[in-house]
Write a protein that binds this ligand. Structure first.
Ligand SMILES: *Cc1c(COP(=O)(O)O)cnc(C)c1O
Length: 403
């Protein structure tokens, strides 16, 4: 098959779309005013920021005053969690509930708070990476000030029962934050119907540029100011607005939230064909929930291969992908998410994440299905680990059981 370039790492970042770029470009040139200035150029910028805030609010079912622009998902997560913790501490509430599978922006923030006198409950997940509302209900205490649980997992694509978790939090009067960076634009979200008090999102995961995001904060919650300075973002997050980024985010979220169900139906059909095809390789397994998962996410463990080697060989074949193993994360431990769903280290190390946007073609899928089995066969052929597995489990070199 002819070599192609296939970008299959949209969970890491996405390309800025043409529609987003078109919306942004004038803001660098004619529309460059400071939104705080009083002359027309500045007021026009302020109007553009307001219109963008409305578009983001509409996409989430929020009110315009409930949207705060930030520099991305990590910043939104930090602000929501540290802010709710600071508010809680004032009332003597220093307990936080989260899950074992959160993004590091959440986990490392929780670890920071643990060093500063907070207690954090890390809820375990089931084999698919889900927690239940009942687990959350049982973990809530008198001194719980925050529940923070991601909407959809960035590695295995599993979608959490957010609405039910939110209902439990509201019943017990605990603030509920969700890191929805992977979900916004890919899952229908209405913060009111889903009982969400705070929600983090990021531009570069939905075809807007890097370095812009937002935090939804429900009316009635007053977080401490994040950045002291000017009056931007209603005095809570100072700094001259990133107008091009904000315009890009608003365009991206509007585009992404159009016809989500239709787009997902097409995308998940392609993804399922891909998963089915890769699972034909013996000694592989799907990670994450079979149906409650992001339409563009496939995560598969392949025994007897090292994730890093697989990525390098896929790269040589023009395929950009990701893995849950060592070096990519800068540590020697395999992904905390794959360990949390119960995978042994050896299997977690050989995991492959392919994440698509709706532009992926059938030809792209065919190409991946052509390349991956060859790459796996070559890596297994030189792997002492695979040789040992075959010997101890009485398998043929291709992984099928010996008769
Ligand atoms: C990418 C990501 C983040 C971080 O967002 P940035 O905008 O890169 O800071 C946080 N949470 C999840 C689930 C993500 O996928």
């Amino acid at each position: 098959m002819e070599k192609r370039f296939v970008y299959a790492d949209n969970a890491a970042t996405t390309q800025v779309s043409q529609s987003v770029l078109n919306a942004m470009l004038p803001m660098f040139t004619e529309g460059f005013g400071n939104a705080s200035s009083i002359y027309k150029l500045g007021m026009d910028a302020a109007k553009t920021v307001l219109a963008s805030r409305e578009r983001v609010a509409n996409a989430l079912g929020a009110k315009v005053n409930e949207i705060y622009f930030t520099a991305g998902g990590s910043e939104s997560d930090n602000w929501a969690i540290k802010g709710a913790a600071e508010n809680g501490a004032k009332k003597g509430k220093k307990h936080i509930i989260t899950t074992a599978v959160e993004h590091h922006a959440v986990l490392h923030t929780c670890e920071y708070l643990e060093k500063h006198g907070f207690e954090v409950t890390y809820l375990p997940v089931d084999e698919y990476g889900r927690v239940t509302a009942e687990q959350v209900a049982n973990a809530i205490r008198e001194d719980t000030c925050l529940v923070t649980i991601m909407f959809a997992n960035n590695e295995i694509g599993t979608i959490m029962p957010i609405k039910e978790i939110g209902a439990v939090c509201h019943e017990k009067k605990v603030i509920f934050h969700t890191d929805a960076v992977q979900a916004v634009g890919h899952v229908n979200i209405n913060v009111k119907e889903m009982n969400i008090d705070m929600l983090s999102l990021s531009g570069h995961k939905l075809h807007a540029p890097k370095g812009v995001g937002a935090l939804y904060i429900r009316t009635g919650i007053t977080l401490p100011n994040l950045i002291a300075g000017g009056a931007q973002e209603r005095g809570k997050r100072a700094g001259t607005e990133n107008v091009p980024g904000i315009v890009g985010l608003a365009q991206a979220i509007t585009d992404a939230c159009k016809d989500i169900d239709e787009k997902n139906a097409k995308l998940s059909a392609k993804r399922d064909r891909l998963i089915e095809g890769i699972l034909k390789i013996p000694q592989t397994r799907l990670n994450g929930h079979p149906t409650q998962r992001l339409a563009g996410n496939a995560n598969i463990s392949i025994r007897g291969v090292e994730g890093e080697s697989m990525l390098l060989m896929l790269d040589l074949n023009g395929i950009c992908a990701s893995s849950g193993s060592a070096c990519t994360s800068g540590s020697l431990d395999p992904s905390h998410v794959l360990l949390a769903i119960g995978l042994p280290h050896e299997i977690a190390h050989g995991s492959l994440r392919l994440s698509f946007d709706e532009d992926v073609t059938d030809e792209d899928i065919d190409y991946i299905l052509d390349v991956v089995p060859n790459v796996v066969a070559r890596l297994r052929a030189m792997s002492p680990l695979w040789e040992r597995i075959c010997k101890t489990e009485n398998l043929n070199p291709d992984g099928t059981p010996k008769e």
